[in-house]
Design a protein around this ligand. Sequence first.
Ligand code: SF4
Length: 520
Amino acid sequence: MKKDNPDKIDNPVNETDVSRRSFIKIAGLGLGLAAGATGCDGRPAGGDGWMPAQYEGKGHFPAQVRGRVPIDPKNVSICRDDQKCILCGQCAEVCEKVEAVMGNYELPLKNDIPCIGCGQCTLWCPTGAIVETSGIEKMLKALEDPSVHVVVQTAPSTRVALGEEFGLPIGTNVEGRQVAALKALGVNTVFDTNFAADMTIMEEATELVGRITGKIKGPTPQFTSCCPGWVKFCEYYYPELIPNLSSARSPMGMLSPLIKTYYAKQNNIEPKSIFSVAIMPCTAKKFEAARPEMNNAGVKLGDESIRDTDLVLTTRELAQLMKMKNINLMDLKEAEYDKVMSQYSGGGAIFGVTGGVMEAAVRTAYCLISGEKEPPKLVYNLEPIRGLKGIKSAELDVPKVGKVRVAVVAGMENAKEILKRVKDGSEQYHFIEFMACPGGCISGGGQPKSSLPPSDKARTARINALYTIDEKTTLRLCHENPELKALYKDYLGEPNGHLAHELLHTHEYHDRSMNLVAKK
Ligand code: SF4
């Protein structure tokens, strides 16, 4: 086959393109069998509502050639090896139809090539041409340098997916073995991002209560801000709604500055010698970590060159690193997270699920508003906002404020729909959770490719694993987390207080609409 010539790819009538189409049709016959086999319960293999049309006919994969997503060479989340690309168009289809990015802007573009970094294209790409930008070399360098103190945090969803890379059934919880693997790699300290998910709820729910009661200036509905893919989407397409975004940073964005301030101080470690790494299910987190303003610790410590998060590795990259170092997950005994910032509630555990952030927030907001110690039983299993539907909503009677209406959205095409309703006033909500990935972070762009195309079956198995963690724990309310309470008492002060704002919040959302003209 001829080597790719990008100049010719975009020309629909040149001969090279025509012969490439023929090749893909031939290649598609073989691939179609594998793709067709991944369907579940007779439903489309990609899951209801998420299905690029090309997968719908067995044996006809790919049925058409539609080009591919453009990727900026400076993109910090994803990159593509052109020699592996077969121009099947799966990346373009998921980007356009599920994430509402490609094809949802006019050409020509200005400045950058719009990408929200969600990495769904990496999961759909059948040849592995599109992958995350690798952070493995940087990680190896840090681990090999004895003067560097490596601190790692692990996101809620990685523990229910890493095992798939080592042959375990989809959705197996390998929390303890993941910690053991990191220790075996030479990591000094391992914290749990679940702890910071509890903290995010403390800050976000406090902000929500403030907005609802009028004590904090800010419009409702309040929007979650923990998904960097969604935040960037909002910055591109809905800059006028930026004031609705919660100022609370994501769990990663909160834990990282605390590692370089609170943890460093407690343990007499020079903050500059700490290399802070986040293991995430997400390629967009690489972008979030690189945002210039993600240096709250540096600002606090008077050295703005200090970054809050030095490196983000995806679940896939962690598995790759382990394999490079001959560390087999199956040979490891479970280990425990390090103390001080690792205890977590069931509410924190379900952050990785679409609807999970909202359910955790509702549990805490109910208690904060009503002053009651226990929320009603139904918020421990808020059925209307559970499951894989792209748009869900619920209504709850809360003492003192009456009905509180919330919504949950996964996939940015669905975000467009709900924002239309919010803007034209046909729906009114107090709080909306947005996640870029279908099913939430459990199906993030950095998770193992357990099926091609990604299926609802795999998503459901991971989702159930996180709900099981929640159900099995006696501590289910984020604001009841003892380690978190101690952190506020000993260091942070009040939620939404001065220091909490300095370290855990951001007001640096940027209008990126100058980069594109959104299609109506
Ligand atoms: Fe990342 Fe989760 Fe957002 Fe997907 S839904 S882009 S994994 S934060």
